[in-house]
Design a protein around this ligand. Structure first.
Ligand code: PLP
Length: 380
C-alpha cells in the first residue's frame, strides 16, 4: 500500500529515547518530565467514589459543570479575570489534546504559526498535520529571553497564531510583566490568536508571580490558555486538563472537540470538582517544588555544571560547556551509559538543532533520588 506521511520528519521522541536508555542502563531517570511521587490518596479516593457512585458514562461535552465552575473560580480569583463556566471553559484529555484541538479548529493550509524555540514537542506536529507553516524564533541560552522585536518582525498577514509557554519547558524561564506588555503591544490591531500554554502555572519560584494571560484583558480577548491537572496534582497518567477562552473562540474549539474526544474521563472530573474546592491543594505546589529545586541546586553547587536557577517548572537546565565540548545528544547518552544519570539534551527542541551545551534535568523526584544523582554529577 502506498501512502505519504503527513509527518515525515517525526520519529521517536527524545523522551522515549532517553527513558528507554535509562531503563536499559539502570540509570537514574531525570529525563522524562513526570513526578516521582504519587497523587494525593484523597484525590484517588474521590475518583474511586465517583466510579462507585455511577459516574461511568459520558460526561457533558464541555465537562462536568461543577468542575468548570471550580476552574473558572480558580482562574478568576488568582488572576482577576471573568471567565464564565458555562461558555468559556472546556475540560480536556490533558493539555496536549487541548493544544491539538485549538490548532485544528483554527489553522488552515498556508496559515503561519509563530513558535518560540526551544518549544514543547507537541506544538509543531499539530500545526503541520493541519497544513500550517511554522515560523520559528530561536531564544538564546542561557537566559532564553524573548526578543519581542524579532517576534514583531516575524508577523505577516498570514500569521494566525502565536504560541507562548510560561513557565517554560524545557528552559525553566518565566515571562514577566514587561514581556506581557510587549506582547500586548505587538498583537494589538491584529487577528492573531494567542495560545498560552500555562501547564506549570502553579510551579513558580522565589516569590515571583505567574503572569497568566488571564491577567491582561487585551491578551485574554484573543487567547486560549491551556492547563494540566497532571502537572499540578502529580497524575500525568490520568491525562486531564482544561482550556479557557472567550466565548466566540471556545465555540469554535468545541465544534472540533465534540468530534475529537467528545468528553474527558467522567469520574476524574467529579473528583477534581470536589478537590479544587480547597485552594491549598494547588497553592502549596510552589513551595513544594522550590524545596526540590533548592535541594538539587545546593547538592550540585560544587559540580562543574553552570547553573541559572529555574524560575519555574520542575526542570533545571545545566550548562556542561566547562566539562566537554561533545554534542549534547552524545554527552547525554554517555552520561546515561557511563555515569547512570539520564537527562534530556535540549538541542532537539532548537531551530536547526542548535547546541547550547544544555541538558535538562527533572527535579520532581524524591530527595534520595536527587541526592544520588547529584553525587554522580559532582564527580563528572
Ligand atoms: C509545556 C507543556 N505543555 C503541555 C504538556 C502536556 O500536558 P498533558 O500531560 O496535560 O497533556 C507538557 C507535558 O510535559 C508540557 O511540558
Amino acid at each position: 500500500m502506498h501512502f505519504t506521511s503527513k509527518l515525515p520528519d517525526v520519529g521517536t521522541t527524545i523522551f522515549t529515547v532517553m527513558s528507554k536508555l535509562a531503563h536499559q542502563e539502570g540509570a537514574i531517570n531525570l529525563a522524562q518530565g513526570f513526578p516521582g511521587f504519587d497523587s494525593d490518596p484523597k484525590l484517588q479516593q474521590l475518583v474511586t467514589k465517583a466510579m462507585s457512585d455511577g459516574y461511568n458514562q459520558y460526561a457533558p461535552m464541555p465537562g462536568v459543570y461543577g468542575l468548570r465552575e471550580q476552574i473558572a473560580n480558580k482562574i478568576n480569583t488568582l488572576y482577576g479575570s471573568d471567565y464564565h463556566p458555562e461558555s468559556e471553559v472546556t475540560v480536556t484529555a490533558g493539555a496536549t489534546q487541548a493544544i491539538y484541538t485549538i490548532v485544528s479548529a483554527f489553522i488552515r493550509p498556508e496559515d503561519e504559526v509563530i513558535v518560540l524555540k526551544p518549544a514543547y514537542d507537541c506544538y509543531e506536529p499539530a500545526v503541520t498535520v493541519n497544513g500550517g507553516t511554522i515560523v520559528p524564533i530561536q531564544l538564546k541560552a542561557p537566559l532564553y529571553k524573548v526578543n519581542w522585536s524579532a517576534v514583531e518582525r516575524a508577523i505577516t498577514p498570514k500569521t494566525k497564531m502565536l504560541f507562548i509557554n510560561t513557565p517554560h519547558n524545557p528552559t525553566g524561564t518565566i515571562l514577566d510583566k514587561e514581556d506581557m506588555m510587549e506582547l500586548s503591544r505587538i498583537l494589538k490591531g491584529t487577528d492573531i490568536i494567542l495560545l498560552s500554554d500555562e501547564v506549570y502555572e502553579h510551579i513558580v519560584f522565589d516569590g515571583k508571580k505567574h503572569e497568566s494571560v488571564a491577567r491582561y484583558p487585551e491578551l485574554r480577548a484573543r487567547s486560549f490558555i491551556t492547563a494540566s491537572f497532571g502537572k499540578t496534582f502529580h497524575n500525568t497518567g490520568w491525562k486531564m486538563g482544561y482550556t479557557v477562552a472567550p466565548k466566540a473562540l471556545m465555540e469554535e474549539f468545541q465544534k472540533v472537540h465534540q468530534f475529537n474526544v467528545f468528553s474527558a474521563h467522567h469520574p476524574s472530573q467529579k473528583a477534581f470538582a470536589t478537590y479544587l474546592k480547597e485552594p491549598e491543594h494547588y497553592l502549596k505546589l510552589n513551595d513544594f517544588f522550590q524545596q526540590k529545586r533548592d535541594l538539587f541546586l545546593d547538592l550540585i553547587k560544587d559540580s562543574r555544571f553552570k547553573v541559572t536557577p529555574a524560575a519555574g517548572t520542575y526542570f533545571q537546565m545545566l550548562d556542561y560547556s566547562e566539562i566537554t565540548q561533545e554534542e549534547d545528544v552524545e554527552f547525554a547518552k554517555r552520561l546515561t551509559k557511563d555515569h547512570k544519570v539520564a537527562s534530556i539534551p535540549t538541542s532537539v527542541f532548537n531551530l536547526h538543532q542548535e547546541d547550547f551545551k544544555m541538558l535538562r534535568f527533572c527535579f520532581a523526584k524524591d530527595d534520595e533520588t536527587l541526592k544520588k544523582a547529584a553525587t554522580i554529577l559532582c564527580e563528572i
